[in-house]
Design a protein around this ligand. Structure first.
Ligand SMILES: [Zn+2]
Ligand SMILES: [Zn+2]
Length: 312
């Protein structure tokens, strides 16, 4: 099972400037690639279409040109439709090449009122973006057959050739899906390694039962740790600038979740656009010190960096 980070910035892309360096942790918004294998077959799952997806799309096209693959087949699992998780969609070049097979999965959010087809069509609508969803060659014809775009319900379990995917509900304004990927083992059962992803979620003051189920025994758990503790609770004396209710978490809260659910590795993500490399490195060091003081420390804690990849 392979995991690669194409974007791990929260809220808005954050390019480096002369006095604000983001080259180490990266400036692209959320996009992760997961490759799973079974019986000689490999499948590609993508989590979110933040601006990081542009680099992944170009990489897949290079693989196609070099004949390493016959066609691009990928399933995109969307955590939620907030812009930082979707505004790379129109720049995912495989969508514009005939004959590719790209499918989309998202949780039907009660607050969204519209199905995924309508939500994606509102992003790629021919007005704000120069093409309409139905004109994209790799999904246009599939879309007519309703094969490319899937609305998923809470707790749904989907079995594919190489991986079982489950969806969990998270705390976030207008909802967010946590995605759980378990690779198929050599005996055919879905008991292989687990990657669990909760990009945008708030912890409040306790561990969240849904995150606990999502992260149970995960080989790699990816959790939101956007804010420092003082930023989350508010630096103003009256706490008027607190981020309570904004739907994001802190590294400490993520570590407590990971420790409680027995995750083997914790990758912290959704880096705040006001945090440069130097600040994120100091947050990471503080998070590790906090983890070491716990009764049951998480075996490995790190902040995600763009370009990072892991074999699980
Ligand atoms: Zn976000
Ligand atoms: Zn969000």
């Amino acid at each position: 099972m392979y995991f690669k980070v194409w974007g791990c910035r929260g809220s808005i892309p954050t390019p480096s400037t002369l006095d604000f360096d983001t080259r180490r942790f990266g400036g692209h918004t959320t996009c992760f690639e997961i490759r799973t294998r079974y019986n000689g077959q490999e499948e590609i799952s993508i989590v979110d279409m933040g601006t990081g997806i542009m680099g992944l799309g170009n990489h897949l096209i290079r693989q196609l040109q070099n004949k390493e693959i016959q066609r691009i087949e990928a399933r995109i699992f969307i955590t939620h439709i907030h812009l930082d998780h979707t505004f790379g969609m129109g720049f995912f070049a495989p969508l514009f090449i005939t004959g590719q097979q790209i499918e989309f999965f998202a949780l039907q959010m009660p607050a969204a009122f519209r199905d995924l087809n309508n939500q994606l069509a509102s992003l790629i609508d021919g007005i704000q973006f120069p093409r309409h969803l139905d004109q994209l060659p790799s999904i246009g014809s599939n879309n007519e057959n309703k094969k490319a775009i899937h609305d998923v319900k809470f707790w749904e379990v989907m079995d594919f050739e190489t991986v079982r995917v489950k969806v969990f509900e998270l705390n976030h304004p207008s909802g967010c899906a946590g995605w759980h990927f378990q690779e198929r083992a050599s005996d055919g059962s879905y008991t292989g390694p687990i990657i669990s992803i909760a990009t945008d979620t708030e912890h409040f003051s306790v561990t969240n039962p849904n995150v606990q189920k999502l992260g149970r025994d995960a080989d790699l758990l990816i959790l939101d740790g956007m804010y420092e503790e003082d930023q989350y609770y508010g630096q103003a004396p009256d706490r008027s600038n607190s981020k309570l209710g904004w739907g994001h978490s802190t590294p400490r809260a993520s570590i407590r979740e990971a420790s409680e659910c027995g995750a083997k590795r914790l990758g912290i993500t959704h880096h705040d656009p006001s945090h440069d490399d130097r600040f994120l490195a100091s947050m990471e060091a503080k998070a590790r010190r906090y983890n070491r003081r716990l009764k049951k420390p998480v075996p490995e804690v790190f902040f995600l960096r763009e370009g990072m990849f892991l074999e699980i």
